[in-house]
Design a protein around this ligand. Structure first.
Ligand SMILES: Cc1cc2nc3c(=O)[nH]c(=O)nc-3n(C[C@H](O)[C@H](O)[C@H](O)COP(=O)(O)O)c2cc1C
Length: 217
């Protein structure tokens, strides 16, 4: 399948077939995609919670009361559901863990290279933490890169997906104990295979024309 075809055929699935399961080896590819998503200064400010059984999905579905009830079936009937959460702060312990990992992974041919990386990351983190005071917003942008990779990756693997911001963050954070871990939930992705009831599978895609969103300089 070509990239352009994947772009045209991927769409937000509104109804999943509860009987169809993503094979474990296929889902493992999506986990790799999430872990290897790029992030500014390799900050990796995310944590991904995965539910692949009814009990796990029911915990996530608790976050779809009232106004969000339209998303409940997507969560319950999908094969797998991923909650993308963000670190509320990039604290020293996290920065140290990043640096140690890069060192273990062989990123630093010299001590100077390690020191340079530490300094460069500290500059950007300090900018967002202390000056702009938007560290959680900045970190959230990185998590949305993982979201984009996940959606295109799912299409490449011929899986259906539904990105969902329509849920109660407070309920989900309490259910998963995210505050205690310095995290908060941002977006949920339901993954699997669409059912015959999925009206969106038959609707054409709609996007603004190229000239409205692309300017050649
Ligand atoms: C971050 C994000 C959050 C979204 N939240 C929801 C949601 O809660 N429920 C839903 O049915 N669709 C949701 N959508 C789907 C969008 O409505 C959809 O992506 C958009 O209309 C474009 O259609 P397409 O994904 O089918 O190409 C969300 C999409 C994104 C990217």
């Amino acid at each position: 399948m070509s990239l352009t075809r994947n772009v045209y055929t991927r769409y937000t699935t509104k109804a999943f077939d509860p009987a169809r399961r993503i094979p474990p080896e296929v889902f493992a590819e999506l986990e790799t995609l999430l872990r290897f998503a790029p992030s500014s200064v390799n900050s990796q400010p995310w944590h991904f919670f995965i539910a692949d059984d009814d009990a796990g999905k029911a915990r996530i579905a608790r976050a779809t009361p009232a106004a969000y009830a339209y998303n409940e079936g997507k969560i319950r009937n999908a094969s797998h559901v991923v909650v993308l959460a963000v670190r509320k702060d990039l604290d020293d312990a996290h920065l140290a863990a990043l640096l140690e990992q890069e060192d273990r992974d062989g990123r630093f041919p010299t001590r100077e290279a390690r020191a340079n990386q530490e300094k460069a990351r500290a500059f950007y983190v300090g900018l967002h933490r202390n000056e702009l005071k938007d560290v959680q917003t900045w970190a959230s942008k990185q998590v949305y890169l993982a979201l984009g990779a996940l959606l295109l990756g799912a299409a490449t693997l011929e899986l259906d997906a539904a990105p969902l911001e329509g849920f109660d963050t407070q309920i989900l954070d309490a259910e998963l104990g995210l505050a205690e871990r310095g995290l908060t939930s941002l977006v949920i992705v339901a993954l699997g295979y669409h059912s015959g009831d999925d009206f969106n599978a038959r609707l054409p895609k709609s996007r603004l024309p190229a000239e409205r969103v692309i300017t050649r300089l």
